[in-house]
Design a protein around this ligand. Sequence first.
Ligand code: CDP
Ligand code: MG
Length: 138
Amino acid sequence: MERTLSIIKPDGVQRNLIGEVVKRFEKAGIRIAAMKMLRLTKQQAMGFYKVHQERPFFESLTDFMSSGPVVVMVLEGGDVIQKNRDLMGATNYKEAAEGTIRHDFATDIEKNVVHGSDSPATAATEIAYFFSELEICR
Ligand code: CDP
Ligand code: MG
């Protein structure tokens, strides 16, 4: 069993896409092991995305990520890191495959509805950023 962190970004929450995203995870056989809604401060968004701090989009991305509530989830299942990335689609929605969340709902390279961890190491760090072990249901 593998775990990954998923975030429904502020654009997804604002556009009433929580149910749609969760439905896609459940239909794919992914188990939701933890879930909560919160609003990141600018500092917390900067901490979460610190791997991107030198990138030109960092300032705008962290403004966006702290602009409204997000839904954070721990997803669990076999090969769930890759499975979630496949359901999400490419970072740039214009390159995302048909039927992926970003293809179907993203409006911008930045406002692309969902986040998903990209490796076991980042999944562990990102899950710990939001959840204590006690908050994750076995
Ligand atoms: O989210 P993902 O792992 O697919 O992409 P990333 O390369 O880790 O970038 C993190 C986030 O930064 C993306 O999901 C976009 O919201 C944003 N981004 C952007 O605004 N402009 C770019 N050229 C690349 C990423
Ligand atoms: Mg990434």
